[in-house]
Ligand binder design. Structure first.
Ligand code: CA
Length: 437
């Protein structure tokens, strides 16, 4: 499939991808678009001109909103129809409606450089899982020793917790270093101050489609038609705040100060060619077979290359490229997105359009494939060396982190783009410091 627009030959944003996002341009409010190469196709314009009718003929528009929720709620048949119609409208030998209308092209096709990206969905609920076996093993080894690294439940269910939706931000949003209670000395009382162990988590997130009614679990057979698409997630984490607060109810203020997502939502359908078998969940691999509701036919895993890069203030001032500190892959997840969604609703909990579910930190087996600085620096004991001679254990003010992702097979490339964020100094007024007299 060749589009009528010129694309770089190695673009991860060809007609096989067509990720959705919410964008605005000078003087015009946010609406839904689809990315093609270094262009954004304005779906609000196409919908107004009757070139696409996502909800069906005569039904209301869904692309003139500042979120994808209305489109997500329509379900997989509508997503498939729109995707196929867009591929037809944008290919060189497809429908002429857009290709041959200079006026329509002028209105509907915007250079990527001219747009501001927004959060792709109005996120009602955000849930974070813990589905990478190597990450769970690394963290468990650091905190409980290698004999007790995986908790007894880990191989039987996708462990997760409810995150905070209000602080999910789009890529490029700065992150203020959080302050909070910490207890650096186990024999002394806790102290208050800016986190000294600020970290990232490399994750893959998905948005829920129509969802399910309260009390009606989603069965595995329906799960694949309920996942709208995927984004990269950086689940920023303050390890010192987390360590002191997390027993017994889990993550709270060490996590909920910010979670960043990439702006382009890669459709579930675009990743079909990148499905691969996951680690066997049965005795052949020495693993317990999941309970029947969690069993999923293969291939259940996704082959997506993931990268973590760091740009320090000094590197930025010197014009140096961000330094890659880790490379991982989504295939390092033991529990799939479908298993996460099915488990989430098995008790009758209702998932709703626009809900965000993240995988948990995705770490591979090699030290260079770990998805957090906690693991990369092994709890701060092995500082990372940067090209200019500087070192890092955890993040310093001014550091910018870039997570990127791409699925590649032969000539087929599906890009996720990036999710970035820069650490700003802590708010010195936080925590009720004494008022000046
Ligand atoms: Ca996480």
């Amino acid at each position: 499939m060749t589009p009528f627009l010129d694309l770089a030959s190695d673009s991860g944003f060809g007609l096989a991808n067509l990720p959705y996002g919410v964008f605005s341009t000078a003087g015009h409010p946010a609406r839904v678009g689809v990315r093609l190469g270094d262009w954004v196709v304005d779906l609000d314009v196409l919908e107004q001109h009757g070139l696409i009718a996502a909800a069906g003929a005569g039904r209301g528009p869904v692309f003139n909103h500042a979120s994808l929720n209305a489109f997500m709620a329509l379900g997989a048949d509508a997503w498939d129809a729109v995707r196929s119609r867009l591929q037809d409208l944008l290919r060189a030998d497809g429908a002429p409606d857009l290709r041959d209308s200079a006026t329509l092209r002028e209105h509907a096709i915007v250079p990527l450089a001219d747009v501001t990206m927004h959060l792709p969905a109005e996120i009602g609920d955000y849930t974070d899982f813990y589905s990478s076996r190597q990450h769970a093993t690394n963290v468990g080894t650091m905190f409980r020793g290698p004999e007790n690294a995986l908790m007894p439940n880990w191989l039987h269910l996708p462990v997760g917790y409810h995150g905070r939706a209000s602080s999910v931000v789009v890529s490029g949003t700065d992150v203020v270093r959080p302050s909070g209670q910490q207890r650096p000395d186990d024999d002394a009382p806790p102290v208050f101050g800016p986190s000294k162990l600020l970290d990232i988590e490399l994750e893959l997130g998905f948005f829920v489609g129509p969802g399910n009614d309260l009390g009606s679990p989603l069965p595995m057979a329906e799960a694949s038609r309920q996942i709208f698409g995927f984004v990269l997630v950086n689940d920023w984490s303050a390890r010192d705040i987390q360590k002191w607060e997390y027993v017994p109810l889990g993550p709270f203020l060490g996590k909920n100060f910010a979670t960043s997502v990439s702006p382009w939502v890669v459709p579930y359908a675009a990743l079909e060619p990148f499905r691969i078998p996951g680690e066997a969940q049965d005795a052949s691999a020495g693993n317990p077979e999941p309970l029947p509701y969690l069993r999923q036919p293969e291939p259940r895993s996704l082959d997506i290359d993931l990268t973590v890069a760091l740009e320090t203030t000094a590197m930025r001032e010197a014009g140096a490229a961000p330094h890659v500190v880790a490379t991982s892959n989504a295939k390092n997840l033991y529990w799939s997105p479908e298993q996460q969604l099915v488990h989430h609703t098995v008790n009758g909990c209702n998932a709703r359009p626009g809900d965000l579910m993240a995988s948990g930190t995705i770490s591979g087996e090699e030290p260079g494939s770990y998805g957090s600085f906690l693991e990369l620096s092994w709890r701060g004991t092995r500082p990372l060396s940067l090209p200019d001679g500087d070192t890092r254990t955890f993040l310093r003010d001014g550091d910018r982190v870039l997570l990127s992702g791409e699925a590649v097979r032969g000539d087929l490339r599906i890009g996720f783009g990036e999710v970035t964020g820069t650490i700003l100094p802590s708010d010195s007024t936080a925590g009720g410091l004494p008022l000046a007299s």
